[in-house]
Design a protein around this ligand. Sequence first.
Ligand code: OSB
Ligand code: MG
Length: 375
Amino acid sequence: MKIEKIERIACRLPLKQPFVTSYGQLTEKAFDLYLVTAEDGTVGIGELVAFEQPDYIEETLFSARQVIETALIPLLIDQEIEHPQEVWQLFQTVQGNYMAKSALETAIWDLYGKQTHQSVKELYTATRPSVAVGVSIGIQDSVEKLMALVAAYVAQGYQRIKLKIKPGQDMAPLRAIRQAFPELLLMADANGAYQSEPERILALDDLGLVMIEQPLKVRDLVGHSQLQRQMKTPLCLDEDIRTAEDVDTVAALDSCRAINLKIPRVGGITEALRILDRCQTHGLLVWLGGMFESGVGRAMNLQFASQDIFHFPGDLSASDRYFYDDVITQPATLHKGKLLVPDGEGFGITLAETKLSQYGQSKERIYSRKRSAKE
Ligand code: OSB
Ligand code: MG
């Protein structure tokens, strides 16, 4: 295929509840959809999930837009792409900017699936028709409110609960959940907030947590290794994992026992597949994380998480746990703690035009092979 045209739709979906983490709060999810058209007219869709603020990782929605336009699209121009895995190679001269890369790379996977009349899921080995999923809960004002939320999610069938924590809002809420639900798969995510007080993480070691995610700040792999050595609870790294080589590094240092894999944080599906391989080689548990994706990124995540190698429920919840509404015609819904994996061509989703006009700005053409090409 050759790329004929690339368009962007900037969207915003309001969140049902503000999501509070150790570093900030999110009330609305802004994201872009990239529509990549091949010369035969087939359109692939990719989601840019970067946040507006560089608080989770350094990339932002705005920096990614710029990198897409000025650095990544020029690398695709006039290239004959036989398989989406080649895009990874084409993008190698651009450092970092993984979410920007992922928005285009995943659109090309969707496009390739549609051109070859198969689901992207069929391009993976051994997949399941539905996946067990979990829910990630933000920091709450009170333990009472938190307990009501947890009880509701458990009743809905969510198979794992992850709680965001920060120093001072950790032991009490986690202990309350543990006491009420002794058997629950329970974990905590610190987003790096315990750099100056790692002893507070040690204090959580007896709660029977399945893992603690990113307790120390990003790039402190030695610190994570020292902490892991003092604990029985597995540590999990999120922000620290961008490439397959990072997985080799954390395995060599014994910085963690698990990896939260997010396709956009590692630059797309090709790198995510390499990471799965390395996790298997090193015996690290790997599960799929989320970035408050719209229905587009969620469908891609569901197809990826349907691979047999995943056996731990990810941060992949039904659309209605985040949003009042979505931009696709059939948003993911929960059935007995599982989400059905879309199996139509490409990522198996259709954009809902009426919703796009409600939550998105008008389509903006950011690249066209023939400058004068008609729509
Ligand atoms: O650290 O995993 C994280 C959401 C936004 C940014 C970072 C993280 C998260 C989540 C929720 O934990 C993931 C989701 O349910 O989409
Ligand atoms: Mg995390």
